[in-house]
Design a protein around this ligand. Structure first.
Ligand code: 3PG
Length: 384
């Protein structure tokens, strides 16, 4: 695909789609990782003398309605702080009629306030395309969505290219997946097998060890004939779990941390997997399992990590995720982490600098790992 860094941006109207969909509470951005990840792209365009228009979605507002809770105003303010300059937020931007100076930047209000954004409407895409000389797709986190601002606009813009963040994400993921250094391990945590089934299946063809955690591991424990008490477990997926265990090495926990209630103050007890009682809920892997998995991760040539292995928001059920985080930090191979919960764990255990690559994508990261074509990337390919 054509890259933004190959183009002369001086004096050009450059429309950049970023994924600035960040958590906001009481009008303040509470985690700015995605905003910071987009800074090199924005700075490059500003320094090159472009007239920069940034666009993004935030949340999932009802189309056609302004909704203050989904306004990008907190993002504009936060970005202004990071850039050390004003970032005006333009509310009515579809028809143009606003000015941007060379080397200046504006943020266009939430693209999802526009009717037709999510349906990839052609007329809307053309209106967006008419705003610019160059369209830059840089929103890796939204590249799995074929919507007007990620896909349709790229069809009609005079020039459409990939921004540095998108290009960097694709390079890192390809490096991890195409010719991975072996052994290759993946950690897939989270609550449900059903929501991660396609990623588990596709990883089972690629990796040497597939580490499962969280509620997902419970279904595998049940498939291995272990008691799971009243833990989250998808009994209808036990045959699927068995089939996966036949295909790839899935190291199951030998001990677990249980509680009789799901609460911040719940008392945690370590038990061997055979000792889980009827009223127990499994909320983390146990210390022996964590040590076994950590030893395995230290030896891995490539690690792909999506999802915690326990309820790490509560400290007494966070030791498993912490031990794996520290093992990933010590690993000398190539490690890549993606997904909202995973990044929260990376932050909580302070390993951001030791992970080789941290993806800004959640759903997009998983779809890429599954081997799916990301529609926004496919559109840039067809334009090139
Ligand atoms: C994400 O947070 O995964 C992306 O910003 C996409 O958001 P969406 O799932 O609302 O399309």
């Amino acid at each position: 695909v054509l890259k933004m860094t190959e183009l002369d941006l001086k004096g050009k109207r450059v429309l950049i789609r970023e994924d600035l969909n960040v958590p906001v509470r009481d009008g303040k951005v509470t985690s700015d990782a995605r905003i910071r990840a987009s800074l090199p792209t924005i700075k490059h365009a500003l320094e090159a003398g472009a007239k920069v228009m940034l666009m993004s979605h935030l949340g999932r507002p009802t189309e056609g309605e302004y909704d203050a809770a989904s306004s990008l105003a907190p993002v504009a303010a936060h970005l202004a702080g990071l850039l050390g300059r004003e970032v005006p937020l333009i509310s009515d931007w579809l028809a143009g009629g606003f000015d941007v100076a060379e080397g200046g930047v504006v943020l266009l209000e939430n693209v999802r306030f526009n009717v037709g954004e999510k349906k990839d409407d052609e007329a809307l895409s053309k209106q967006m395309a008419a705003l610019c000389d160059i369209y830059v797709m840089d929103a890796f986190g939204t590249a799995h969505r074929a919507q007007a601002s990620t896909h349709g606009v790229a069809k009609f813009a005079p020039v459409a290219c990939a921004g540095p963040l998108l290009a960097g994400e694709l390079d890192a993921l390809e490096k991890a997946l195409d010719k991975p250094a072996r052994p290759m391990a993946a950690i897939v945590g989270g609550s449900k097998v059903s929501t991660k089934l396609t990623v588990l299946e596709s990883l089972s063809d690629k990796v040497d060890q597939l580490i499962v955690g969280g509620g997902i591991a419970n279904t595998f424990l049940a498939a291995a004939g272990k008691p799971v008490g009243k833990s989250l477990c998808e009994h209808d997926l036990i045959p699927t779990a068995k089939a996966l265990m036949d295909k790839v090495n899935i190291p199951l926990p030998v001990d677990v941390v249980v509680a009789t209630e799901f609460a911040e103050t719940a008392a945690a007890t370590v038990k061997l997997v055979d000792e889980v009682a009827e009223d127990d809920m499994i909320l983390d892997i146990g210390p022996q399992s964590a040590a076994n998995l950590a030893a395995l991760l230290k030896e891995a040539g490539t690690i792909i990590w999506n999802g915690p292995v326990g309820v790490f928001e509560f400290d007494q059920f966070g030791e498993g995720t912490k031990a794996l985080s520290l093992a990933i930090a010590e690993n000398k191979g190539f490690s890549i982490a993606g997904g909202g919960d995973t990044l929260a764990a990376v932050d909580k255990y302070g390993i951001a600098d030791q992970v080789s690559y941290i993806s800004t994508g959640g759903g997009a990261f998983l779809e890429f790992v599954e081997g799916k074509v990301l529609p926004a990337v496919a559109m840039l390919e067809s334009r090139a």
